[in-house]
Design a protein around this ligand. Structure first.
Ligand SMILES: [Zn+2]
Ligand SMILES: [Zn+2]
Length: 243
């Protein structure tokens, strides 16, 4: 074999190995939760089936459990600025571990899996745009990506709706409000977002990984409605049933 042919063969072998390595990194071989063979899925079929899905009877506005799917007491007392919320899972084990994986490891595989779960919810009324809840610039720089955007991508593809990630900003980092009482959270969120768009008459779909008190989504919906949005719906992966 000529030297050139030999070199080409070595190069081809190296490229094949590199491609295999990348594919293995993208597609975990074992279930993230129980280590059983998961094929090209993040989770094995048994773990997928055991994920904590929300009960069917939920408040249409905030997605908390509500008998007969009536508007819950909290929303009747003080209506949120958003018009509807859909959530896939309740925020408990092992969904919290999956969301942790999305933020800190297995990012691509977890985003694809969780984004597809979001896309499987019944389609909302033709949103004009999808807005992943923005992170503050400092938080984005620290993490390197916005997990809400990662899970919104497969959803935007599935619905054929544009993603808006340039003109709506979070001006303050309000992500660490876990220690604050509910009322303080709402106050802490005031004016956390900025919008440079005229959204007159538009329907906007907000996407986030976890909804806890709902204060973040409420303030973002308030901001977008102040810029003309006619309707704002939320689609979240996990709904915390206690805040
Ligand atoms: Zn498993
Ligand atoms: Zn409610």
């Amino acid at each position: 074999m000529s030297i050139a042919a030999n070199a080409a063969r070595h190069l081809a072998t190296a490229v094949t190995a590199a491609v295999r390595g990348c594919a293995a990194a993208l597609l975990p071989q074992n279930c993230l939760l129980c280590a059983a063979p998961g094929g090209d899925n993040l989770l094995c079929a048994a773990c997928q089936a055991a994920l904590p899905r929300l009960s069917a009877e939920r408040c249409p506005l905030c997605a908390l459990p509500a008998p007969g799917s009536n508007i819950c007491g909290g929303c009747l007392g003080k209506a949120p600025h958003f018009d509807a919320t859909q959530a896939v899972f309740s925020y408990e084990f092992p969904v919290d571990s999956l969301i942790h994986a999305l933020k800190y490891a297995h990012r691509l595989a977890a985003a694809e899996f969780l984004g597809r779960a979001l896309a499987q919810l019944p389609a909302p009324l033709h949103p004009d745009l999808i807005v992943p809840v923005p992170l503050a610039a400092a938080r984005l720089a620290e993490r390197g990506f916005n997990q809400a955007l990662e899970i919104a991508r497969p959803l935007a593809r599935a619905l054929g709706v544009p993603l808006e990630i340039r003109h709506i900003h979070r001006c303050r980092d309000t992500t660490s409000q876990a220690g604050l009482p509910l009322k303080e959270r709402a106050k802490n969120m005031r004016h956390a977002f900025e919008c440079e768009l005229d959204l007159t008459g538009k329907t906007v779909l907000l996407v986030d990984d976890v909804m806890t008190s709902g204060a973040t989504l409420d303030e973002l919906a308030r901001t977008l409605k102040a810029h003309g949005a006619a309707r704002v719906e939320n689609r979240v992966l996990a709904r915390a049933l206690k805040s």
